[in-house]
Design a protein. Structure first.
Length: 144
């Protein structure tokens, strides 16, 4: 009598197991990379919005300075008062306010405050009257 043959191992399906392992590894890797890229895009969007608001507020300061140069009767109150409103093409609205810090004639120190998109920029502006005999805007010294 002959002994029974040793058990033959069937290897069918082992390739499928290795393929599933490779696909799982690749899926996990790409999910991590995709999450990292999404976070980067969100951060870029937030930074771009902040940069736009900062630029709009800075432009609002320039607008306020131009208003003060053109009209010497603006900003004679020691509490903040709004200057004429101005819409920036990037931000929704820029609110420019000013208050008289010191002086009633030349030189007059004014504090400007411009707010856009949650960002506020301030500047101290010293206004000097033009020299005698010259009609024109006030001479300005700015400290932002």
């Amino acid at each position: 009598m002959t002994p029974p043959p040793p058990e033959v191992r069937d290897e069918r399906g082992s390739t499928l197991i290795m393929a599933l392992g490779a696909v799982t590894f690749i899926a996990i890797t790409f999910s991590a990379i995709l999450g990292y890229q999404t976070t980067g895009l969100k951060a870029q969007t937030v930074l771009a919005e902040k940069r736009d608001a900062e630029a709009a507020a800075d432009a609002g300061l320039d607008f306020g300075i131009a208003q003060l140069q053109a009209n010497r009767t603006l900003c004679t109150n020691p509490s903040f008062a709004a200057l004429p409103s101005w819409d920036d093409p990037v931000a929704e609205e820029v609110v420019v306010q000013c208050r008289l810090e010191s002086g009633s004639s030349s030189p007059r120190v004014v504090v400007l405050k411009a707010t856009a998109g949650g960002f506020t920029a301030t500047a101290d502006v010293t206004l000097y009257d033009p020299p005698d005999g010259l009609a024109g805007p006030s001479v300005v010294s700015i400290s932002k």
